[in-house]
Design a protein around this ligand. Structure first.
Ligand code: 4AD
Ligand code: MG
Length: 432
């Protein structure tokens, strides 16, 4: 008998098959048992009818507990009442792994309890849907950059440099030296762009930020493209095409997951329209002031209420351009006619999800960068390799970083970034 996965049921209608699965839930009466089965690929229903199976099979079904692992044998049939569309009429059940007193029951649990049981919570249909969307965004990222001739380059995770500032670094011993966990691969990606033209990285990054918000993780995954001979305007075009492609890919390939999460697909569809609006930092400040925000002055960074207001004014992802130099990292290119701003942009997601991309054109001048490194209190010896890039064939180049979990949170339409990564590292949480 063929062993299949639930997701392939549609290709086996009318056939008798075997499936390895866990019992996600169960309802039974004296005559019939309905098993909600999951095997990692999907969830569907198994039906055991007392009068159609040997008595011991029905008894086994009746005695199954939540999350018992079983193999079931039966015929795949269409089931027009379920969203999935198929079910299995079970003729035999074998118990593979017992489960007793599974802690996560179908009733409501508090978030702390679920976070403590994240290793089990991942089995739920909601988490399954979110991880499928995450997986699709990962897949589509590789497709997009491969199709556009970017080379995947892996920057190191143990580093001596601090591209985004020294306040939120994880420090560790590197034999008799100090090292940090990477907060961004960007500086290495700039070296890679000078070697390969168009590159992207996709890896874990670490920020010891004491932020406890629905947007902050301590460990998160970032996609960092970097492009030689590229100015900021072309980089913005790559960014909006990439983000629209991610949204379209999820629409195309995660229909069921979006249904489980009750995500409005028409709204998602509207995020594939290009170009995305652009507003300067200056104009954004003015917009806020005109609308009653007295709590922000030119020169300050936006808080989430500000970002949400700006995003809501456009109902699409929006680029905020050219922030004050004083609140951005050392490597950004100065504006040609404005000393106080740099050539950069953050992409703010709609619906209050906040910044999903930070990017900029990079400074190309050796002397300027050396001065910036000193001004930011960075150890110039650690950056001499980076300065070399400005000594040997320096060219205009631009890049950006997209936060994977923030993007998953937004596209999935969920409330908190902690559900967008399998095992979130949060302030005060490293278990499980
Ligand atoms: O804006 P950030 O700090 O930019 C950089 O690191 C640049 N070096 C990127 C580049 O130009 N190559 O971070 C980029 C993105 C943010 O827009 C956000 O989506 C995500 O990374 N991010 C976080 N996501 C979750 N938790 C955190 N603590 C995050 N910090 C940044
Ligand atoms: Mg940023």
């Amino acid at each position: 008998m063929e062993q299949i996965q639930i997701i392939d049921s549609k290709n086996h209608v009318g056939e008798t098959v075997t499936i390895g699965a866990w019992v996600a839930n169960k309802r039974s009466s004296g005559k019939i048992a309905f098993l909600q089965l999951r095997d990692g690929t999907a969830f569907f229903q198994g039906v055991v009818v007392k009068s159609e199976v040997p008595e011991e099979v029905f008894q086994t079904a009746k005695n199954l507990h939540q999350e018992t692992a079983i193999t079931v044998t039966g015929e795949i049939r269409e089931d027009s009442r379920s969203k999935f569309g198929y079910e299995i009429g079970i003729t035999n059940i074998e118990v593979v792994g017992e489960s007793h007193d599974y802690p996560i029951t179908p009733k409501e649990h508090g978030t702390d309890f679920l976070m403590d049981h994240r290793h089990l919570w991942l089995r739920s249909s909601r988490q399954h849907a979110i991880m499928q969307i995450r997986n699709e965004i990962i897949r589509a990222t590789y497709e997009f950059f491969n199709a556009n001739q970017f080379v995947k380059i892996d920057p190191p995770i143990l580093t001596g440099s601090a591209p985004e500032g020294t306040t939120d670094l994880f420090e560790t011993n590197y034999f008799d030296q100090k090292a940090y966990l990477s907060q961004s691969g960007q500086l290495y990606m700039e070296a890679a762009a000078m070697a390969f033209g168009k590159v992207f990285s996709f890896g874990p990054t670490f920020r010891a930020e004491k932020s406890k918000t629905r947007r902050h993780l301590i460990e998160f995954w970032m996609i960092e493209p970097e492009m030689a001979f590229t100015h900021q305007e072309e980089s913005l075009e790559v960014q909006e095409k990439y983000v629209a492609f991610l949204v379209q890919s999820v629409l195309d390939n995660c229909d069921y997951a979006l249904d489980v999460l009750e995500r409005d697909k028409e709204v998602l569809k509207s995020y594939t329209k290009l170009p995305f609006p652009r507003i300067t930092y200056d104009d954004a400040i003015e917009l806020l002031k005109k609308n009653g925000f007295d709590d922000i002055e030119w020169g300050e960074d936006f808080g989430s209420p500000h970002e949400t207001f700006i995003a809501n004014s456009f109902e699409q992802p929006v680029f905020i351009l050219n922030y004050p130099k004083a609140i951005k990292p050392f490597y950004m290119k100065p504006h040609p006619t404005r000393e106080d701003v740099v050539i950069c942009a953050d992409m703010i997601a709609p619906e209050g999800y906040g910044e999903i991309i930070g990017g900029s054109e990079r400074a190309t001048d050796y002397e300027f960068l050396l001065e910036q490194i000193r001004e930011h209190g960075l150890d110039e010896n650690e950056y001499s390799w980076y300065l070399d890039l400005r000594k040997y064939g320096s060219v205009p180049h631009s890049g950006f970083g997209l936060g994977l979990e923030r993007t998953v949170t937004w596209i999935s339409g969920i409330d908190h970034v902690r559900e967008a990564i399998p095992f979130p590292r949060l302030l005060n949480r490293i278990y499980p």
